[in-house]
Design a binder for this molecule. Structure first.
Ligand SMILES: NC(=O)c1ccc[n+]([C@@H]2O[C@H](COP(=O)([O-])OP(=O)(O)OC[C@H]3O[C@@H](n4cnc5c(N)ncnc54)[C@H](O)[C@@H]3O)[C@@H](O)[C@H]2O)c1
Length: 323
């Protein structure tokens, strides 16, 4: 298939593009490079540089690329930044998303795979979290993703669009070529590894007084290659609707830190800071639906493998994509 990948110069979009290309699909990347890296764009893909907030950029790209399907990764994704500046998130993630949907409808494309998030659920009242749980986001980032899910649902109802919402838990890990390089970095695993590389002095643990066995927050980590595979499965067939993507296993901040200490052989000092507002104690995916309906089988469910692959990439790229 020919797939237009928005945000294909970013972490998840670039790796999904790499795997799409490996599997023989054609890829056109649409990215403004504001938070992505030209170096992460696979040489086999075509890059169209443009901004979703400029209607003509995305209309032109859709006309030019004539894709069979769209994977939509492009968005801002920092919870804290969204609390500081909600409108930045509604403008980019909602307005930008709507302009993409309009351009898709104009070209008669039906299939869109949308990067949604467990942040659309807010504070969960049961665990593991399933797709039918109420969605009550507690920050503008999660709200912006839920708003676009709703837009896409109405377009399914009214115009036969076939949206798939993949609600990711915590994406992590790397391939041999591509990895995670955000600035600022808000994710645990790359931040732990930055300390092992001597790029920061100590890891900041936000709160150790949560109601969990060791007091630190528990999250569900999913290998980036498994995440990419789920996108490719969602692309084929008549699938539509929401799927959680996670391993159904939770690891605390301190457990991830211990794994990283063992794998890197570095003591990785850590300091306790106050809790971040709105961080739930525990977020664990119920991903049976993706397994049953999409036939998804995670290849790397172990957190050890996820950290090892991330470490391999960070060690080979201590400055990320910067030379
Ligand atoms: N990383 C995670 O653990 C995680 C979890 C849940 C959901 N998500 C979602 O997955 C998607 C990808 O996440 P990521 O970690 O790869 O993010 P990223 O920041 O690495 O990549 C996003 C890419 O989109 C591009 N972009 C942003 N706004 C754009 C615009 N207006 N026009 C064109 N390009 C634009 C950026 O330049 C960047 O290359 C996001 O939608 C995010 O909300 C990520």
């Amino acid at each position: 298939m020919k797939v237009l990948v928005t945000g294909g110069a970013g972490y998840i979009g670039s790796i999904t593009s790499e795997i799409l290309l490996d599997e023989g699909h054609e890829v056109v990347i649409f990215d403004n490079l504001e938070r992505g890296h030209r170096e992460a764009v696979d040489a086999r893909a075509r890059l169209i540089q443009g901004d979703l907030r400029n209607r003509e950029d995305i209309r032109g790209a859709m006309r030019d690329a004539r894709p069979d399907a769209v994977m939509h990764f492009a968005a801002f994704a920092l919870v804290g930044e969204s609390m500081q500046d909600p409108m930045l998130y509604f403008r980019n993630n909602v307005l930008g998303g709507i302009q993409l949907v309009e351009a898709i409808l104009e070209r008669g494309v039906k299939k869109i795979i949308f990067s949604s998030t467990c942040a659309t659920y807010g504070q969960p009242d049961r665990m593991p979290m399933t797709e039918d749980m109420p969605q009550r986001p507690t920050n503008p980032y999660g709200e912006s993703k839920l708003m676009l899910e709703k837009v896409l649902n109405w377009e399914r109802e009214r115009h036969g669009l076939q949206p798939v919402f993949l609600r990711y838990f915590n994406a992590a890990g790397a391939t041999e070529k591509l990895g995670e390089d955000h600035d600022p970095e808000s994710h645990l695993i790359p931040n732990v590894l930055r300390v092992a590389l001597g790029k920061s002095r100590a890891l900041n643990i936000f709160g150790d007084d949560y109601p969990t066995p060791d007091g630190t927050c528990i999250r569900d980590y999913i290998h980036i290659v498994d995440l990419a595979q789920a996108h490719i499965l969602a692309l084929t067939g008549e699938h539509t609707g929401a799927f959680n993507l996670g391993n159904g296993d939770g690891y605390s901040v301190k457990q991830v830190l211990e794994v990283a200490r063992e794998l890197t052989g570095h003591p990785i000092p850590a300091e306790i800071s106050p809790r971040r507002p709105g961080d739930p104690a525990r977020l664990i995916a119920g991903a049976d639906k993706a397994k049953q309906v999409l036939g998804w089988k995670p290849k790397y469910p172990e957190v050890r493998t996820i950290v090892q692959h991330a470490w391999n990439w960070h060690r080979a790229h201590p400055n990320g994509y910067r030379k």
